[in-house]
Design a protein around this ligand. Structure first.
Ligand code: GLY
Length: 436
């Protein structure tokens, strides 16, 4: 691949902070962030969707660029960099449609024979509502375009589905690329996040993880970007992991190839393991690392991540050994601004960040919505603020460690919020010893 001197990470979340942390351990090269956050160093003042400015920076600084979020990918940052012969890790614009269009992803899965819930596509609200009323199943309503994890409505009954349809079509709460929605049958079971590094031909799976998408304990309340994660999840046994690789990840890369699309980057399948059948259904594809899954996965990674990213760009993943993982469990608790995913305040000084870091070598506090002021204080600057991520020999131990650290971090009375049940599901269905 093209030689490079520096690394540029695009994005500002906990995902990007953890990728930067891992790469800084893997290489002597300087790691820059655009725009980064209050916890990252060498921040460049360029927003993650300003792909022209990112190109100029990468060219001038001879950088390898690694893209965190979906937006610049869907805008074609990879196509732009490849035209300019700059090294970049991520899928191109066409491949990114797996995430940027739910309609494209569902039709692709149907045509490729990848198991997914039965669905219909609507552009007319009345027809959508008629369909909901006539269906004997509960449904999930999905906005077609990108919606930061908030455009999916998992409905308990027809009334909720009708409200979702109206919010999308009548209230226009989301920007949908072509004014379409997907309505699919709701599958009941347990969800896991399966992420692989892909080079357009082969895939290498990362450790499994499980996200906690709802804002409230017990998976209640509206969806968020993700309120916590743990890795590995005992839900994904070795057999199931192999099945997902063979029936989902590899066919996806092959199916895209058949469409003339080469997928290089992180491929993320959100899968539902159906209760009863134990079969994995793809709920959604993402074309990047998950946030907060990335934090719990990379904190366990023993192998050199950069070597795998380089191998993927060079299309030689098939010559790489399986990735080595620490024989430990990780739990990531997301601390959010009170009010998220609705309205919240920013600009609060965060206290307690130093206390924990000195005392705890197996805990990492990755920053998301934070910024540093001129006095060097760290302020809140977004909905999801910090990802407190700990490792331990047991899942319970990792959970306790993360919560103990989180309880020492404050930015005002009742100003911080976090779920109290991250990883409890994993502890509950962990019957067998470590299996990943
Ligand atoms: N945690 C879910 C996502 O990254 O989309």
């Amino acid at each position: 691949m093209t030689q490079y001197n520096n690394i540029l990470i695009v994005g500002s979340g906990g995902r990007e902070h953890s990728i930067g942390w891992k790469l800084s351990n893997d290489t002597e090269k300087k790691v820059f962030f655009a725009p980064g956050n209050g916890g990252t160093e060498r921040n460049i003042d360029i927003e993650s969707d300003n792909i022209m400015k990112l190109f100029e920076f990468a060219k001038k600084n001879n950088s390898l660029t690694i893209v965190g979020p979906e937006k610049p990918l869907s805008l074609g940052i990879v196509d732009l960099f490849e035209r300019g012969r700059l090294p970049i890790f991520g899928p191109n614009r066409n491949a990114s449609r797996l995430e940027s269009s739910k309609v494209f992803a569902k039709l692709f899965m149907r045509n490729t024979g990848i198991r997914t819930a039965p669905f219909s596509i609507f552009s007319d609200p009345n027809r959508a509502i008629e369909y909901v009323r006539s269906s004997s199943k509960n449904v999930v309503v999905k906005v077609d375009g990108l919606a930061a994890g908030k455009g999916v409505f998992v409905c308990e009954n027809d009334g909720e589905a009708e409200v979702a349809v109206r919010r999308i079509f009548v209230n226009n709460e989301f920007i949908t690329s072509d004014n379409k929605i997907v309505i699919e049958d709701r599958i009941y079971g347990d969800e896991a996040s399966i992420i692989a590094i892909c080079d357009g031909k082969s895939t290498i799976p990362l450790a499994s993880s499980q996200d906690h998408k709802n804002i409230l304990d017990g998976d209640k309340g509206p969806n968020t970007g993700g309120m916590g994660s743990y890795s590995p999840t005992p839900l994904i046994t070795e057999n199931l992991g192999n099945k997902i690789t063979e029936k989902i990840m590899q066919p996806t890369i092959k199916g895209l190839n058949n469409l003339g699309i080469k997928f290089k980057g992180f491929l993320y399948a959100g899968v539902m393991i159906e209760r009863g059948s134990n079969e994995p259904y793809v709920l959604e594809f993402n074309v990047r690392m998950g946030d907060p899954e990335c934090q719990s996965i990379l904190s366990r990674m023993d192998s050199n991540l950069l070597h795998y990213l380089e191998a993927a760009m060079d299309e030689r993943l098939d010559s790489m050994p399986p990735i080595k993982w620490k024989n430990k469990h990780s739990v990531c608790v997301v601390m959010a601004s009170s009010g998220y995913p609705g309205e919240y305040q920013s600009g609060k000084v965060i206290h307690g960040l130093d206390i924990k870091l000195d005392n705890d070598n197996d805990t990492y506090v990755f920053h998301s919505g934070t910024k540093k002021n001129s006095r060097g204080e760290i302020l809140t600057n977004g909905g999801r603020v910090l990802s407190v991520t700990s490792l331990d020999d047991t899942l319970e131990g990792a959970k306790n460690r993360s919560y103990s650290v989180a309880s020492q971090i404050h930015w005002g009375e009742n100003e911080e919020y976090y779920r109290k049940d991250i990883a409890l599901k994993g502890i509950k269905y962990m019957k067998s010893p470590f299996s990943n």
